[in-house]
Write a protein that binds this ligand. Structure first.
Ligand SMILES: Nc1ncnc2c1ncn2[C@@H]1O[C@H](COP(=O)(O)OP(=O)(O)OP(=O)(O)O)[C@@H](O)[C@H]1O
Length: 257
């Protein structure tokens, strides 16, 4: 059985004036532990698809199955991490993280200790009692990652989580997130505009076209890149080959609009 199945999903937004088909007949299946990315021109429905998987919106057509069960309401099995960290500014880092545990009713001492251990593993030991404004953007995103992972989701949805960071912090965080998700064998879906990031983080990349949003190509990342950490993968000759072919296809999609 496939871990996550997106089965003939279409979505149309109806407004007073118009109807916008954001997604048309999108189907794909993801294995447990796989890391996939969604790339495509602006408006191709990437965020809409993540919102459907998170059950924030209901698709006009189609279904999402996680381990064979239909996802149709918000569910702690699905963790969501966004461009902004959405930490509560009036709560400390550990209070923010524990709140997530409390909401789903698993704020046991054991779960709290695990979360604190994870915070320390990703280099945030000592900031437990700090408030978000006392941390850098990269540190806040790391805290947001811990909050997302603390509830032990089966799948993580990452919607441009590094795009608001400076380049160096972004590269470091890619490395850290990649390693943490591998260590915890988490399944992840990443939405990004960054071709390089998609190549070095993923096992597969789904390229979308817009109006309506649909998958036009699936790139399977070669094993020699997948076995390397993101930073090392960027130095590999296959990286630039793949970058160029994806770049050309994306450029063509933009020109055809
Ligand atoms: N709430 C909404 N009401 C009406 N139309 C919407 C709504 N949300 C998104 N859309 C439209 O649906 C289409 C897909 O939007 P979506 O945000 O999913 O694309 P995206 O690929 O994530 O875009 P970007 O890369 O710019 O973030 C766009 O044409 C957008 O204008």
């Amino acid at each position: 059985m496939k871990f996550l199945v997106i089965d003939h999903v279409s979505h149309t937004y109806f407004t007073r004036q118009s109807a916008v088909t954001a997604l048309e007949d999108v189907s794909l299946a993801i294995e447990e532990g796989e890391f996939v990315s969604f790339l495509g021109p602006s408006g191709c429905g990437k965020t809409t698809l993540l919102s459907i998987i998170a059950a924030l919106i209901k698709p006009t057509e189609g279904t999402i199955l996680l381990e064979g069960n239909k996802i149709d309401s918000m569910n702690p099995s699905v963790g969501y991490m966004l461009q902004q960290d959405y930490l509560f500014p009036w709560k400390t880092i550990e209070e923010n993280i524990f709140l997530g545990l409390k909401i789903i009713g698993i704020d046991t001492n054991e779960a709290k200790q695990k979360a604190l251990n994870l915070l320390s593993e990703i280099g945030l030991k000592g900031v437990e009692k700090h408030y978000p404004h006392q941390l850098s953007g990269g540190m806040r995103q790391r805290a947001a990652l811990v909050r997302t992972l603390a509830v032990n989701p089966k799948i993580l949805l990452l919607d441009e989580p590094f795009s608001a960071l400076d380049y160096q912090t972004k590269l470091k965080l890619e490395e850290l997130v990649w390693k943490t998700l591998k260590d915890y064998n988490k399944t992840a879906l990443l939405v990004t505009h960054d071709i390089g990031e998609a190549i070095v983080m993923s096992d597969r990349i789904f390229l979308f076209d817009a109006r309506p949003g649909r998958i036009v190509h699936t790139f399977i990342i070669p094993e020699e890149l997948r076995s390397l950490s993101p930073f090392a993968a960027r130095q590999h000759p296959r990286f630039s080959e793949l970058f160029q072919s994806i770049w050309k296809e994306l450029d063509q999609l933009e020109k055809n609009r």
